[in-house]
Write a protein that binds this ligand. Structure first.
Ligand code: NAD
Ligand code: DAU
Length: 351
């Protein structure tokens, strides 16, 4: 099987590429990525020599390029992860999210539809989406596949829109699609603008830990390796036209998570209890900040037998160990343009 993975140089995409190459010796992977600030070929340095892997630098917003690529490459399946993925950046620059996440997805749907027009038999277009499309929960309840869409940030609105287009191509043209909506991922190779790697980096450097609002927002955290495994199961055995929710059954308030992270980091860095905690700084809340996300992934468990493999405490410790063992990776991605973003984002945001 020849699979096109978009966004394979990013955080989740790099784990998906690595997982598929290892788990499926019969598959060939083409990784299409435009290498934005979030894309990094170092994330896949361990597989770049694999004869079943090739990287193509290209942009999903370039429709003629995609049509040509599909004509030349004869893909059997697409796993579409390429996106602008950070909520704070979407608040600063919404249009970029519409262009990449909505237009880019429609371009890919068009290219797949054109290339597969003689027969959709054996083909699959898998769109990777987020639980943020469902909006925000109160204290109770879980997002199911039937929860109505109610996005609040430009990021989640763009992902919701792309999900609707994917379903529309199934319903209108019969394109064999499948969609999954996943909760917050954590693990190695995540760009340090997202909560966990940002805070690991800041604790290492003894920089303030900018907690939005009161730190009471709740997220449902899933180890990225478990997400890659779920993607494998859904890609191969999910029902065409269906949606699957993926989550960790693992809800944490931001502040409790940060306190756990501080404790782990104090131990790993040989610091006194309370030393990292002293870096916690409450800052202005994120605009439109969703209070709580929590996923009901019982459909995925019931129909395809997937469950997360490790506890959060274990996964978080593995993640901390990875960042502490990969200072060079962290230094490379936190230099240059990222520094400008950081100054723009957090300069003057303290309270
Ligand atoms: P990421 O930001 O780490 O990676 C995105 C990748 O897409 C990068 O390699 C980037 O270079 C590439 N890309 C961006 N614009 C592109 C374009 N125009 N053309 C080609 N490539 C482009 O993101 P991530 O956290 O790995 O998320 C991957 C996907 O999973 C996204 O669709 C995101 O919405 C979804 N998702 C993420 C999470 C999470 O917790 N990170 C949870 C659920 C769903
Ligand atoms: O739920 C899935 C989504 O999870 C994905 O679709 C997104 O791509 C991914 O970025 C993530 O979105 P969040 O906004 O939940 O993740 P983030 O790491 O940005 O923030 C997690 C929580 O921590 C959130 O409540 C905001 C808070 N936060 C974040 C940052 C970066 C802070 O308090 N301080 C910070 O500096």
């Amino acid at each position: 099987m020849h699979i096109l993975v978009t966004g394979g140089a990013g955080f989740i995409g790099s784990h998906v590429v690595r997982h598929f190459l290892k788990a499926h010796p019969d598959c060939t992977i083409t990784n299409l990525d435009s290498l934005t600030y979030a894309g990094n070929l170092a994330n896949l340095s361990d597989v770049e020599q694999n004869p079943r892997y090739r990287f193509i630098k290209g942009d999903i917003t370039d429709a003629p390029f995609l049509v040509k690529l599909f004509e030349e490459s004869r893909f059997d399946g697409v796993i579409h992860l390429a996106a602008e993925s950070h909520v704070d950046r979407s608040i600063a620059n919404p249009t970029e999210f519409v262009i990449t996440n909505v237009l880019g997805t429609v371009n890919l749907l068009n290219a797949a539809r054109a290339a597969w027009k003689s027969s959709f038999e054996g083909k699959r277009f898998y769109h990777i989406s987020t639980d943020e499309v469902y909006g925000s929960l109160g204290k109770d309840g879980l997002f199911t596949e039937e929860t109505p869409y109610d996005p609040h940030s430009p990021y989640s609105a763009s992902k919701a829109s792309s999900d609707h287009f994917v379903r529309a191509y199934h319903d209108t043209f019969g394109l064999p699609v499948v969609i999954s909506n996943c909760s917050n991922n954590y693990g190695s190779y995540q760009f340090p603008e997202k909560l966990i790697p940002l805070f690991i980096n800041n604790i290492c450097r003894k920089r303030p830990l900018p907690v939005y609002g009161k730190g009471e927002n709740i997220r449902d955290w899933l180890w990225v390796v478990d997400h890659a495994q779920a993607i494998d199961v859904i890609f191969h055995r999910g029902k065409t036209g269906e949606t699957y929710n993926i989550g960790g059954h693992n809800e944490w308030t931001n502040i409790d998570l940060i306190l756990l992270l501080c404790r782990i980091m104090n131990e790993k860095l040989g610091r006194q209890p309370g030393e990292s905690e002293a870096l916690i700084t409450y800052v202005t809340d994120r605009a439109g900040h969703d209070l709580r996300y929590a996923i009901d992934s019982s459909k995925l468990q019931r129909e395809l037998g997937w469950v997360p493999s490790i506890s959060f405490e274990k996964g978080l410790e593995l993640t901390v160990d990875w960042y502490l063992g990969n200072h060079e990776w962290l230094n490379n991605v936190t230099s240059g343009s990222y520094q400008h973003y950081y100054d723009r984002m957090y300069g003057g945001r303290q309270e």
